[in-house]
Design a binder for this molecule. Structure first.
Ligand code: FES
Ligand code: FES
Length: 194
């Protein structure tokens, strides 16, 4: 689609999950609405629409971003990854697989945002980024152990109204290969223990 010259609209190209999409958008259109309403990528959820719940979390150039607070025009030229783009073909992303194995959800509404956020959390942690729960923030201390407290703090921007936090924390720990987290149980484990 050719750009439409207008004081209120711009022609932009969004690079989403490796595909380029040419759109004419109102300058006030959020990235969230562009994804859901224009590109039919409805895996990204709208919860609060004001940056408080994390349901709309996507990756922009590998960093987690709440799509309801970013204008679509500001995302032009960036690499956007939504939940529809994290798997490799039929193979689930390790974070998706961990959420599935450990029941890291109930209704599932927050789950796409939780998974996108967790993917970035694991990268941020591996890169040595401290969190508010990190005791020793000196660069030479290296990444802190990815304890449940660290995971909860780093995932605190993603709310779950179903309260599936215990399994979410376990799933992030498993996906990160964290050895300090409590032993994660599979559904089968829990059934066997019941
Ligand atoms: S919908 Fe974006 S943070 Fe809640
Ligand atoms: S699984 Fe229902 S809101 Fe999180």
């Amino acid at each position: 689609m050719d750009p439409v010259p207008s004081p209120t609209h711009s022609g932009i190209t969004l690079n989403v999950n490796g595909e380029k999409h040419a759109l004419s958008v109102d300058h006030r259109t959020t990235l969230l609405d562009a994804l859901r309403e224009r590109l039919d990528l409805t895996g990204t959820k709208k919860g609060c629409d004001q940056g408080q719940c994390g349901a709309c979390t996507v990756l922009v150039d590998g960093r987690r971003t709440v799509a309801c607070l970013q204008f679509a025009v500001a995302a032009e030229g960036r690499e956007i990854t939504t939940i529809e783009g994290v798997a490799e073909g039929e193979r689930l992303h390790p974070v998706q697989q961990a959420f599935l194995d450990l029941d890291g959800y109930q209704c599932g509404y927050c789950t796409p945002g939780q998974i996108c956020s967790a993917i970035a959390v694991i990268e941020e942690h591996a890169a040595g980024w401290p969190s508010a729960a990190t005791d020793d923030v000196r660069p030479e201390a290296g990444p802190p152990p990815l304890t449940p407290d660290e995971i909860r703090e780093r995932m605190s921007g993603n709310l779950c109204r179903c309260g599936a936090y215990v399994a979410i924390t376990q799933a992030v720990a498993r996906a990160a290969g964290a050895r300090t987290a409590p032993a994660a149980q599979t559904t089968a484990d829990r059934g066997a223990a019941a």
